[in-house]
Structures are given as structure tokens and as C-alpha cells.
Design a protein around this ligand. Structure first.
Ligand code: HEC
Length: 160
């Protein structure tokens, strides 16, 4: 009985040690980076839904179009500051190949905020029109795409 208890303790200690080692191997901000890249993937997905309708690859559907535009607007209204900690840019040691966020996101935060605000405005216009017919999508989707691009050009490096 006592022996078994000791064995359990030892196994527990080993498991704890393994956890500590693997946590040390991980980058400090990998969770934040994963979260912000996932958030960007959500933009891309919803933009794709609308892009397919605009190009008539899928038939226009008012509810689906409105939902996709509303989703993007909701994402852009989230408070995401915690996903962008200082020291998690691509030039930080160990972060190349994990993140494509340029250091300028932190050194020129005022401009990042402007770009984010520009996208938010474009999304408001799109969300107001997306449920009112294909033209509402077509005439407002380009501005959103340009707003994404406008930020990426300055603040995201190309993935090689
Ligand atoms: C205010 C700046 C900004 C805006 C606006 C913006 N992005 Fe991004 N985006 C970034 C940055 C910075 C990264 C790099 C994040 C990283 O690698 O840590 C990124 C990365 C991405 C990625 C790659 C994600 C990955 O898995 O590596 C996609 C896809 C993306 N953005 C799509 C979009 C779309 C679509 C929009 C517009 C609806 C958009 N972004 C608007 C700054 C922005």
C-alpha cells in the first residue's frame, strides 16, 4: 500500500517536471501569436464568403452575406490588445517563422490604430449594405479588402 503510494508520488513528480520542461521550450508569447493569427483567419474566411458571392461563384444569399459582414465587424470591435504583447514581433529572438508581425506594430502604434480604424469604418458600411442585395456587397467589399491590404503593407511581412 505504502509502496504504491510512493510510486504514484514519483510518477506525479516526473509528470510535473516534464510539464515544466516543455513549457520552457515553448515561446513566451506563442499563445498570443496563435490567437491573433486565428483572428486574422476569421477575417479571411468571412471575406472569402462575400468574395465568392461578389464573383458569383456562390449565389447571393442575404442572411449569409449579412452574417459574414457582421462577423467581421464584431471581430474588429473586439478589444484585442492582449494578443499583441511587446516583444512578440518577428525580430524578437526565436520568433522568426512564428510571427510575421513587424516591429513597427509597436514602434508606430498610432498608425496601426489608424489602419484598424479605417477597416472598422469600411466594415460598418459593408455590414449596413451586405443584406440588401449583391450590389451592396460588390460596391463595398473592395474598400474592406483595401483596408486589410493597407495595414499588411506596412505592418505584416510576407510569408516566404
Ligand atoms: C491594423 C492592421 C491589420 C489589419 C487592418 C488587418 N490585418 Fe491581417 N495581419 C496583420 C498583422 C500584423 C499580421 C501578422 C500577425 C502575426 O503573424 O503575428 C496579420 C496577418 C494576417 C493573416 C495571416 C494569419 C496567419 O495565420 O499567419 C491573414 C490571413 C490576415 N492577416 C487577413 C486579414 C484580413 C482578411 C483583413 C481585413 C478584413 C486583415 N487581415 C486586416 C495586421 C492587420
Amino acid at each position: 500500500m505504502r509502496k504504491k503510494f510512493v510510486a504514484i508520488l514519483v510518477a506525479g513528480a516526473l509528470a510535473a517536471a516534464t510539464t515544466i520542461v516543455s513549457a520552457a521550450d515553448e515561446l513566451e508569447f506563442s499563445g498570443q501569436i496563435e490567437a491573433r493569427q486565428s483572428l486574422m483567419t476569421l477575417y479571411k474566411f468571412n471575406l472569402g464568403v462575400l468574395g465568392a458571392m461578389a464573383r458569383e461563384r456562390t449565389p447571393y444569399d442575404a442572411d449569409t452575406a449579412k452574417a459574414a459582414a457582421d462577423n467581421m465587424l464584431a471581430i474588429s470591435n473586439m478589444k484585442n490588445g492582449a494578443m499583441w504583447p511587446t516583444g512578440s514581433d518577428m525580430s524578437a529572438e526565436g520568433y522568426a517563422g512564428e510571427t510575421w508581425a513587424k516591429p513597427e506594430n509597436w514602434s508606430n502604434y498610432a498608425e496601426v490604430s489608424e489602419k484598424a480604424a479605417a477597416m472598422n469604418e469600411a466594415l460598418e458600411v459593408l455590414a449596413a449594405a451586405a443584406g440588401d442585395g449583391l450590389d451592396g456587397v460588390r460596391s463595398n467589399l473592395g474598400a474592406v479588402g483595401n483596408a486589410c491590404k493597407g495595414c499588411h503593407e506596412s505592418f505584416r511581412a510576407d510569408k516566404e
